[in-house]
Write a protein that binds this ligand. Structure first.
Ligand code: GBH
Length: 478
């Protein structure tokens, strides 16, 4: 077993729109996901976030479960559409829910790890252009201030965005997420405005914390990948991999860490007006120092510049419908399979990729802040609650333990990783897949809403306990 630093944070993650339900209770109004889910064919099975897994009403029970599993921390998101329903005035009842959640967590000895944006923009702001409207970035800073005002006395860890790649490129270009657009120029505008919103919110939070004499940790979570050339000797595949690395990793990392968009990326997307969105001073705001970088990682991307053969097994992503590539400027890129085992999402299982990624980030960015793996996990079919009240999920268990092992080796090889959060605590609304794909380490019966820890949850709890025992034994031996 790897040794992890003594204060390493073990946790689990969720997101508001995926678990809360109560979509129109307590003053909450539509988010873009409530509205999107009502469109025909948008979400598998016609599912919607309306009921979620009823976390809004079962929150104390869910926190008790976290305590039982021995989690150090819980990563959750606040819903902007609950806190600022129409996009303008604050809903105290919404803030009160999160205040009760934070009190419950602290009472259970679980560190609250808060994310302000996990994809659920108030629909009222979408009607004013959503993330294509620069004004949304300023509204985001105001929303951050409202949440800080209610929770800043008790919450120390603040994440601005979860995976801005998805809420810009998948939502505005790939059309597979809310708001369901397929417009590359809109997607790149959304990228820049989310970057700006991140920087403005970090500035705002720090200003408020300083004025109150508090210390906060502020950062962002990105979904980062290894763009692996399918044939590393083929210049066409190497060029495709460079483009995906630029678009999916460096377009997010470099404005924040280096204060500039990559020059090659600006050239790749030159037809879509990204450069024209950048105003004087924006990059200084975006490059605000951050205290941590959250890394979400599920799988590498095996990238080719050649069309998939007509008889190919489905790739890492569904073959996009014409005009629906989520790769603006690099629409020709394909993602063939490599014959590795795959999860129910069709995502490859390759734990070494997480080690490679974590080590590589430190090597490529000398000013990289400490890293936290803020999501990693797997959907598999076939979870069944037995008569004894167990759920045997050997594949998910193996996936999680193998990735934890990869994180441990990355630390031994010099990566500054300080925590690991499993996605997800509970089975939940898996966006365009609805409730069909289960990522939880805790099973949810969607009729009764009964929670049952799966074997993966018990294995994770045992891992946490063993790791802590090993760390304290090491401290005694010295
Ligand atoms: C995370 O994103 C989310 O943060 C979380 O809410 C979600 O439930 C969880 O993972 C499981 O899905 O454009 O077709 O090539 C998912 C990570 C990485 C998935 C990028 C989609 C691009 C697919 N995403 N990937 S595609």
């Amino acid at each position: 077993m790897n040794t992890f630093p003594k204060d390493f944070i073990w946790g689990s993650a969720t997101a508001a729109a995926q678990i809360e339900g109560a979509a129109h209770e307590g003053g909450k109004e539509d988010s873009i996901w409530d509205a999107y889910a009502r469109l025909p064919q948008a979400v598998a099975g016609g599912d919607s976030p309306e009921r979620g897994v009823d976390h809004y009403h079962r929150m104390p029970e869910d926190v008790a479960l976290m305590k039982r599993l021995g989690l150090d921390s819980y990563r959750f998101s606040t819903s902007w559409a609950r806190v600022v329903p129409g996009g303008r005035s604050v809903n105290q009842e919404g803030l009160d829910f999160y205040s009760r959640l934070v009190d419950e967590l602290l009472g259970a000895g679980v560190l609250p790890w808060l994310t302000l944006y996990h994809w659920d923009l108030p629909q009222a702001l979408q009607e004013r252009g959503g993330w294509t409207n620069r004004d949304t970035a300023y509204r985001f800073a105001d929303y951050a201030e409202a949440v800080y005002g209610a929770l800043g006395d008790r919450v120390s860890h603040w994440t601005t965005f979860n995976e801005p790649l998805c809420s810009s490129l998948i939502g505005y270009v790939g059309g597979e997420h809310a708001p369901g657009l397929t417009d590359p120029a809109a997607g790149l505008a959304a990228v820049h405005h989310q970057h700006l919103a991140h920087g403005l919110a970090v500035q705002r939070l720090r200003g408020l914390a300083d004025a109150a004499g508090r210390d906060i940790q502020a950062g962002i979570t990105l979904n980062l990948t290894n763009a692996v050339p399918n044939d590393p000797t083929d210049p066409v595949d190497l060029e495709a991999a460079r483009r995906i690395d630029a678009l999916w990793n460096r377009m997010f990392l470099e404005p924040m860490l280096l204060g500039a968009y990559p020059a090659d990326l600006l050239e790749d997307v030159r037809d879509y007006g990204l450069a024209a969105r950048i105003q004087d001073g924006d990059l200084e705001v975006i490059a605000q120092p951050i205290d941590f970088l959250g890394v979400n990682h599920y799988h590498d991307d095996n990238v080719s510049g050649h069309p998939l053969p007509a008889d190919a097994v489905p790739g890492l992503r569904p073959t996009p419908k014409p005009g629906r590539s989520p790769f603006p400027g690099s629409e020709f890129v394909t993602m063939p399979t490599r014959g590795l085992p795959r999860t129910a999402m069709d995502w490859e299982v390759h734990p070494q990729g997480l080690h490679t990624l974590l080590v590589r980030l430190g090597a490529e960015y000398p000013n990289l802040p400490p890293l936290y793996v803020t999501e990693n996990g797997a959907a598999y079919d076939g979870d069944v609650v037995t008569a004894e009240g167990a759920v045997h999920d050997p594949e998910r268990t193996a996936y999680i333990l193998a990735h934890i092992e990869a994180v441990g080796r990355a630390i031994e090889d010099g990566a500054d990783v300080r925590g690991y959060f499993v996605w997800s605590l509970l089975d939940n609304f898996e966006w365009a897949w609805g409730y069909e794909k289960r990522f939880g380490i805790v099973h949810v019966d969607y009729d009764t809403m009964v929670r049952t820890p799966k074997d993966s949850a018990l294995a994770f709890a045992k891992h946490i306990e063993d790791t802590k025992l090993a760390a304290s034994a090491a401290a005694i031996v010295g």
